[in-house]
Design a protein around this ligand. Structure first.
Ligand code: ARG
Length: 462
C-alpha cells in the first residue's frame, strides 16, 4: 500500500490512527469523478508543457484502464489505501511507472477532493432534478385525470370547502416545481471549477485553469484559491434543497397514510407498494409512505451535521472537511430513492372517487356557498354567516345536510331562500363556480394544467 506522503516521517502510522483517518471506505464512490478530473489535469499539463505529451498520453491511457477495471470488477478497492486519490495514483504508477508520479504536479488533494465532490454533487443534482421532473409528470397525469373528482378540502384537518383531487394534487405540483427551480439555481451556483487552486495558494506552474474548467463542463474556474478549497456551501445548499424535497414528500406521505386509513378510505395502495403484518392478517400497511416520512428526519440531520461541521473551520482546508462525505452521500442516496419510489407508488395508487365524493357531500363543505347565496340575495355576509351557522347546528342535531332541508325549513331561518338554493349549493356548483386563477373549477384547473405542462416541457432539457 503506497502512501502519498511519508518522506518527513520516521515512523509508520499507528493502525488505529490509520483506520480513523482513512476515507477510502466511503470516498471510493468518487472514483469516476477522480479519474475524470485527473485526465483533464494531465491533458492540461501536457498542453502547457509542464509534463511531456508522451507522459500526458500515458497517464490518460493508464487512468482509462483503471476506470475500465473498476467498472468491470477486475480492480477492487482493497489494499488499505488512504483515500480514492491515493488509490488511483498508486495504481496508475504501478501500471505506467514514472509518468504516473508526474500526474500530481501543480495539484493538491485539497483542490482534487473539492473538484471530485463538486463533480459528484453536480451529477447527482442533475439526476435528482430529473427524478423530481418524473414525479411531476406523474402528478400532471393524475391532475388531468381527476379534474372532475370531487373531494373535501381541509383546514385544521376539518372539512372546509369542496375541491377536486386535481386541485389538491396541484398543490404538490407547485411544491415540487419550486424544488426543481431551486435545484436549477444550485446547479448554476456550484458550476465553477476549483481545480488549480492547489493546496490553498494556487501554484507557480503555468496551469491553464480555463482549459480544465471547460474540459470538465464548468462555466468557469473558481476565483479565490483559498475559498476554492474550503468552500462546501454548494453541498449545504444542495442538502437544503433535498431537505425541502423531503419535507414535501413527507407531507404528501402523511396525507396518503391518512387517506389510506380505515377511517378515510380515499385511496387504495397497490399491493406491490404495501406490506403486511406478521400477526394481523387483515393488515395492508402504507410502509413506503411511512418510510419516506421517517427518512425525512435523516436528511434534515445530514444537513444540520454539515452546517455544524463547517461552522468553525478556519481557512483553508482542514481535515474536518472529510466529514462532509458521509452525510452528503447519505442525504443524496436517501432523497433520490425516496423521490423515485414515491413517484412509482403514486402512479399505482387507486383513488376511490365515490368515497371522496361522498365525503365532500357530507360535512357541510358547501356552508360558505350557502352563505354566499344569501349575500347574493342582499343579506350582509356577517348575517349570512350567522344564519348558515344556525342551519348547520340544526342539521347536526338531525344528522342531515343543508341540501336535505325543505324550502320551508330553510325559510324558517331566512325568508330569502328560494328554489334556486339547491342548485347554488350543489357540489358541482360549489366547485365549478370557483374560477379565479388557481381555484378548483374545471376551466381554471385546465388552464393551470396546461401551464404546468408547458413548464414541464421547458424543463426537459436536451
Ligand atoms: N480524504 C480527504 C477529504 O475527503 C482528501 C483531502 C485530503 N487532503 C489533505 N490535505 N489531507 O477531505
Amino acid at each position: 500500500m503506497a502512501q502519498l506522503w511519508g518522506g518527513r516521517f520516521t515512523k509508520g502510522t499507528d493502525e488505529a490512527v490509520k483506520e480513523f483517518n482513512d476515507s477510502l471506505p466511503f470516498d471510493q464512490r468518487l472514483y469516476r469523478e477522480d479519474i475524470r478530473g485527473s485526465i483533464a489535469h494531465a491533458r492540461m499539463l501536457g498542453i502547457q508543457g509542464i509534463i511531456s505529451p508522451e507522459d500526458s498520453a500515458k497517464i490518460e491511457e493508464g487512468l482509462n484502464g483503471i476506470l475500465a477495471d473498476i467498472e468491470s470488477g477486475a480492480l477492487t478497492f482493497e489494499g488499505g489505501y488512504e483515500d480514492i486519490h491515493s488509490f488511483v495514483e498508486a495504481h496508475l504508477t504501478d501500471r505506467i511507472g514514472e509518468a504516473g508520479k508526474r500526474l500530481h504536479t501543480g495539484r493538491s488533494r485539497n483542490d482534487q477532493v473539492a473538484l471530485d465532490m463538486k463533480l459528484y454533487t453536480r451529477r447527482k443534482a442533475e439526476e435528482i432534478r430529473e427524478d423530481v421532473l418524473g414525479l411531476l409528470e406523474v402528478l400532471a397525469d393524475l391532475m388531468e385525470k381527476h379534474i372532475g373528482t370531487y373531494m373535501p378540502g381541509f383546514t385544521h384537518l376539518q372539512k372546509a370547502q369542496p375541491t377536486t383531487l386535481a386541485h389538491h394534487l396541484g398543490a404538490y405540483f407547485e411544491m415540487f416545481r419550486r424544488d426543481v427551480t431551486r435545484l436549477n439555481d444550485t446547479i448554476v451556483r456550484m458550476n465553477e471549477c476549483p481545480l488549480g487552486a492547489g493546496a490553498m495558494a494556487g501554484t507557480t506552474y503555468p496551469l491553464d485553469r480555463e482549459y480544465t474548467a471547460e474540459a470538465l463542463s464548468f462555466d468557469r474556474p473558481t476565483r479565490n484559491s483559498m475559498d476554492s478549497v474550503s468552500d462546501r456551501d454548494y453541498l449545504i445548499e444542495f442538502l437544503s434543497d433535498l431537505s425541502l424535497i423531503m419535507m414535501h414528500l413527507s407531507r404528501f406521505s402523511e396525507e396518503l397514510i391518512l387517506w389510506n386509513s380505515n377511517e378515510y378510505r380515499f385511496v387504495e395502495m397497490d399491493d406491490a407498494f404495501s406490506t403486511g403484518s406478521s400477526i394481523m392478517p387483515q393488515k395492508k400497511n402504507p410502509d413506503i409512505c411511512e418510510l419516506v416520512r421517517g427518512k425525512t428526519g435523516r436528511v434534515y440531520g445530514d444537513l444540520v451535521s454539515l452546517l455544524t461541521t463547517m461552522k468553525a473551520i478556519p481557512l483553508a482546508y482542514n481535515k474536518d472537511m472529510q466529514e462532509d462525505k458521509e452525510p452528503a452521500f447519505d442525504a443524496i442516496d436517501t432523497a433520490q430513492s425516496c423521490v423515485r419510489l414515491f413517484a412509482q407508488m403514486l402512479s399505482t395508487v387507486t383513488f376511490r372517487e365515490d368515497v371522496m365524493r361522498r365525503s365532500a357531500v357530507l360535512g357541510f363543505t358547501n356552508a360558505t356557498d350557502a352563505a354566499d347565496y344569501l349575500v347574493g340575495k342582499g343579506v350582509p355576509f356577517r348575517d349570512a354567516h350567522g344564519i348558515i351557522g344556525r342551519i348547520v347546528l340544526y342539521c347536526i342535531e338531525r344528522n342531515e345536510s343543508i341540501d336535505d332541508l325543505s324550502l320551508e325549513e330553510l325559510r324558517s331561518f331566512s325568508p330569502v331562500f328560494d328554489e334556486d338554493i339547491y342548485d347554488a349549493i350543489s357540489l358541482e356548483t360549489c366547485v365549478e363556480k370557483r374560477l379565479t386563477a388557481g381555484a378548483p373549477g374545471s376551466d381554471a384547473m385546465r388552464d393551470e394544467i396546461s401551464e404546468s405542462r408547458r413548464w414541464l416541457d421547458s424543463q426537459i432539457k436536451e
